[in-house]
Design a protein around this ligand. Structure first.
Ligand code: NI
Length: 248
């Protein structure tokens, strides 16, 4: 039994979310952590946690900075004690899409890191072309969590691991010419969790199509082949990893 530690099961992407969850379960993926990105999607996350299989994290994504309000931050804060809201995310820095608002991004990121620290919750971090600033922001707070969609170097991986973070590994690993394969070969399996980032980043051979949590199975099979472990062992280890970070 696997868990998809990062997906966006929102109505704008899926017509029938119950069907998506049922399909995931048929493929051995029995739990999903849905990550909010905006005021609107955070409300959807909260509703989705009514489903037995779904846990949620709430946060404002750096790309949503222009669309977010104080009210959205208030909503996050209000719901951080909800039993199925298990973290703050997806939060972080993205200098790929926007380099002009770095200071604003850092301010929003740190405000949410502060919330996570205050509520003793883990964080789910988005970091794109912003590794150094991400590390500097994280170092200011007493938080642990997951570096979502990790695809950095072995050196960067070791820094995050030392800071108490797990690395979220998704379909990017299966892409041709992806250096992450070499990094994963060197890493202990106790440092990773599996995710899809659905509806994005579908693994090979589904690349370019809409992703869904069932594809954790494809990613897991790929890692088993790479590391020479069984699916059972990978499930056991990654589930233990999840429990070290999340109250799930
Ligand atoms: Ni995401």
């Amino acid at each position: 039994m696997f868990c998809d530690t990062h997906c966006h099961l929102f109505r704008e992407y899926y017509d029938d979310i119950d069907k998506v969850i049922a399909h995931a379960k048929e493929n051995g993926v029995h739990r999903m952590i849905v990550a909010g990105c905006s005021g609107k999607s955070n409300q959807e996350v909260l509703l989705l946690t009514l489903k037995k299989e779904v846990y949620g994290v709430l946060g404002i994504h750096p790309e949503e900075i222009g669309n977010s309000t104080l009210k959205d931050m208030g909503f996050i804060k209000q719901n951080l004690t909800h039993p199925k809201i298990i973290g703050v995310g997806e939060i972080g820095l993205d200098y790929y899409y926007n380099k002009e608002n770095k200071e604003e991004q850092k301010k929003l990121f740190e405000a949410q890191l502060g919330l996570a620290e205050e509520y003793h919750l883990p964080v789910v971090v988005h970091s794109r072309e912003a590794t150094l600033d991400t590390i500097q922001c994280l170092e200011k707070y007493k938080v642990k969590g997951v570096i979502h969609s990790f695809s950095g170097s072995l050196e960067t991986a070791k820094i995050f691991i030392k800071m108490g973070f797990l690395l979220g590994i998704n379909g990017v690993l299966t892409f041709k010419n992806c250096n992450l394969k070499e990094v994963i070969k060197e890493l202990d399996l106790h440092t990773i969790v599996l995710e899809t980032d659905s509806p994005y980043l579908a693994p090979v051979p589904f690349r370019g199509k809409q992703n869904d949590p069932s594809k954790v199975k494809t990613i897991a099979e790929f890692i088993c082949e790479l590391k020479g472990v069984s699916m059972e062992d990978l499930a056991k280890i990654t589930n233990e990893n999840i429990k070290r970070i999340f109250d799930i």
